[in-house]
Ligand binder design. Structure first.
Ligand SMILES: [Zn+2]
Length: 139
């Protein structure tokens, strides 16, 4: 899936929400709407405009308007099948890509304070590929 990035204004840690990486827009859940040769750049741009309006409201009032797909790792583990397109937009199967990392984070949540895990997921968005060493430094 093509990546649409926000260049200005810069997305800060405080205003980061529904991003793909640090500055990218998370427009579609790839496990539900994988990018294929039938996908249209026009539809992607429409979705980008909707995302920008929602993000602007979020940046102003701290609330995401309209629908959103949950991104927590425990939600993904329960709802994304191993053969679905990975949640990180790599185009690989979830079971061969990020699933094991999500299992690691969810396991860590059982032994560490859950608010620290939520904070980690907010600061390091899902699609940033934090390595286990990064995760352990954070905690
Ligand atoms: Zn992945």
């Amino acid at each position: 899936m093509p990546l649409c990035e926000v260049l200005e204004p810069k997305i800060t840690d405080k205003s980061r929400y529904h991003t793909r990486g640090l500055d990218g827009m998370c427009l579609y859940p790839p496990w539900i709407y994988p990018w294929t040769d039938k996908s249209s750049i026009i539809d992607l741009l429409k979705q980008a405009l909707i995302w920008l309006v929602k993000w602007d409201v979020y940046d102003r009032i701290g609330r995401w308007i309209g629908s959103e797909t949950p991104h927590s790792f425990d939600y993904l583990l329960a709802n994304v099948r191993p053969l679905d397109s990975c949640t990180c937009f790599s185009g690989r199967h979830y079971g061969e890509c990020c699933r094991n990392f999500h299992i690691l984070v969810v396991s860590a949540a059982k032994t560490l304070a859950s608010h620290r895990v939520r904070e980690f997921q907010r600061i390091y968005p899902l699609y940033l590929y934090p390595r286990p060493e990064t995760l352990m430094r954070f905690f």
